[in-house]
Design a protein around this ligand. Structure first.
Ligand SMILES: [Zn+2]
Length: 181
């Protein structure tokens, strides 16, 4: 148990709602410096047909609205999946203090997996990072989501090593699990 387990539960809940309406189940929460919840959001990419409507971006926007400033100094971003390059970049731009995430995203993760967009020593602002919070639950949500789509085609988002289940074998289409819906 860490202090992040409880707010990660809120992110997991938002992720679950996103999954129920057809978005990849990813959720994010922004905590104020005093630990109060400022914003909760799920991924709304399909809902809004907006390529930038990731949970983190929506949560950062809502938190900024709540505080009346884009400066999120002292705040914490909690997200179920390792942020992509866009969301990691948005977090840096918000001057947020800390990023906490659950599962790694070996396909698009930009904090540990593919790049480290937030702790590059050349950046002026570098949030602290905590990873692996409730990672099994966070990853299982996404795996289950893709398992249900088109009979187990998880090629868009393999959350397990490619060697396990041979997920890399079904990547001929450019975006098969979305088009197959
Ligand atoms: Zn993102």
């Amino acid at each position: 148990m860490t202090i992040w387990d409880e707010p990660m539960g809120k992110a997991l809940k938002a992720a679950g709602y996103a999954g129920q309406r057809g978005d990849v189940p990813i959720g994010a929460v922004v905590l104020a410096p005093n630990g109060e919840t400022l914003a909760v959001a799920g991924n709304e990419r399909e809902l809004l047909q907006d390529p930038t409507a990731h949970a983190e971006v929506i949560a950062l926007r809502r938190a900024s609205e709540m505080l009346g400033t884009w400066h999120l100094d002292g705040c914490t971003l909690i997200v179920t999946l390792e942020p992509c390059a866009m969301c990691a970049g948005a977090a840096v731009l918000s001057r947020i203090d800390r990023i906490v995430f659950g599962a790694l995203d070996p396909k698009a993760g930009a904090i540990a997996s593919l790049f480290d967009v937030v702790r590059d020593p050349r950046l002026n602002h570098r949030p602290e990072v905590t990873s692996g919070v409730r990672a099994d639950e966070c990853g299982a949500l996404i795996r289950d989501f893709f398992d249900k789509l088109s009979g187990g085609d998880v090629s868009e988002w393999p959350m397990e090593p490619a060697s396990k289940a041979g997920v890399e074998q079904s990547t001929e289409g450019s975006n098969p699990s979305v088009t197959a819906k």
